[in-house]
Design a protein around this ligand. Structure first.
Ligand code: DAH
Length: 369
């Protein structure tokens, strides 16, 4: 830095211009990092020893009266140039600090620990409740045949009961016999059929899985969603067993003070069939917005396995062993149930939009960590 005070002998305008151009060059030549900005400011603008003050004192002292104004204007311009240089240095991107090396005051890059998705968590909870009762897990394909998804479950071809499940069919299946045509499974119930064909009673299974329907997405519907199915077949299984099992499961999931009630319903593969409702966990049954002021929340479907289902299973088993008689309704009986995982998770957590589960929004997902 130049600490000498330049001489000014001539006060005519061209001499002033030349002298100030030299000073302006001097300012421009001084590059500095944000860290040095204060030193730069003191050097040029310091109130007592600043270069601008010293030069203006020296030059104004010997200036003729009519040169004072043009001098003052030029000092102001120079001061502005210095201030602009200062502001630019402070606002500049931290290229200079990268040059200076590692800045340990910056936040580090943090990798958040992974957690199970809330749907998976709820699905695992449901499955665990039934594992504790001695059930095992069974799985089946998402691309399913008409036979397993509908026919064997007592939805005959063209029967109006099929209208309750708007189905996504695979293309190019018309040439096949109707029972072999492929579709995206609309529920986890076909795994009941697959399991009974593969295995004689007693049978106790839970079936978690993804299902598909041709439904428009809204706050409570998604074309892809999840279910947990259950099936219990043995000698002497009654509706009381069904009630006791599901009452226990609902208490395990929602707390021991929850009450259940069974409402007559219809499913082709169960007779009798019921919808299960729990007392509203938000208002304890008093009535609120979430239970539509009824005090009850409908959560799942269930019923006693229809003998027609056992007949379909027996017919298939006889193709492998003509003497197969294990699913004779005179000897055995059973119950089944199916629940939507999204629906259960929404009630558990008070979530009102199903779309949140699929949004991938970290602000939503982090709440389940
Ligand atoms: N599969 C039915 C559905 O998706 C739900 C269901 C109801 C399953 C009753 C069952 C049952 O096993 O017994 O709507």
């Amino acid at each position: 830095m130049n600490e000498t005070i330049p001489q000014l002998l001539n006060y005519d305008e061209p001499s002033l211009d030349a002298a100030f151009a030299t000073l302006a060059d001097e300012v421009r030549a001084e590059t500095f990092s944000p860290r040095d900005a204060e030193a730069f400011r003191l050097h040029w603008l310091g109130r007592k020893q600043g270069r601008l003050k010293l030069i203006s004192d020296a030059w104004l002292k010997s200036a003729p009266a009519d040169a004072r104004k043009p001098l003052g204007i030029r000092f102001n311009q120079l001061k502005q140039q210095i201030e602009v240089a200062l502001a630019a240095a402070v606002a500049a991107p931290p290229a200079a600090s990268a040059k200076a090396g590692l800045d340990i005051t910056l936040p580090g890059s943090v990798r958040a620990p992974g957690i199970p998705h809330p749907l998976l968590k709820t699905m695992n909870e449901i499955v665990a409740v039934f594992h504790d009762l001695g059930y095992s897990t069974a799985l089946g394909p998402q691309v399913e045949s008409d036979f397993y998804n509908f026919e064997a479950l007592n939805f005959p071809p063209n029967h109006p009961a099929r209208d309750t499940q708007d189905t996504l069919l695979l293309a190019g299946q018309q040439a096949r016999p109707s029972r072999d045509r492929l579709l995206m499974r609309t529920h986890t119930s076909p795994v009941q059929i697959r399991s009974m064909i593969a295995q004689a009673p007693p049978i106790r299974i839970v079936v978690p899985g993804k299902v598909h329907r041709n439904d428009a997405a809204d706050a409570t519907h998604s074309p892809v969603f999840h279910q947990v199915e259950g099936l219990c077949v043995d000698t002497g299984i009654t509706f009381s067993d069904l009630k006791g099992t599901l009452d226990h499961a609902m208490k395990a999931l929602f707390g021991s003070s929850v009450k259940t009630r069974f409402f007559p319903s219809f499913f082709p593969f169960t007779e009798p069939s019921a919808d299960v409702q729990i007392s509203c966990i938000f208002c304890a049954g008093a009535g609120c917005r979430r239970c539509k002021h009824s005090g009850w929340i409908e959560l799942l479907g269930c019923g006693m396995v229809d003998p027609t289902v056992f007949s379909s299973v027996t017919e298939e088993r006889r193709k492998l062993n003509p003497a197969a008689d294990a699913y004779n309704p005179a000897k055995i009986s059973g119950f089944a149930f199916g629940m939507g995982v999204e629906r259960i998770a929404m009630v558990q957590h008070g979530i009102s939009d199903i779309g949140q589960f699929y949004s991938g929004d970290m602000r939503f997902l982090e709440q389940f960590a």
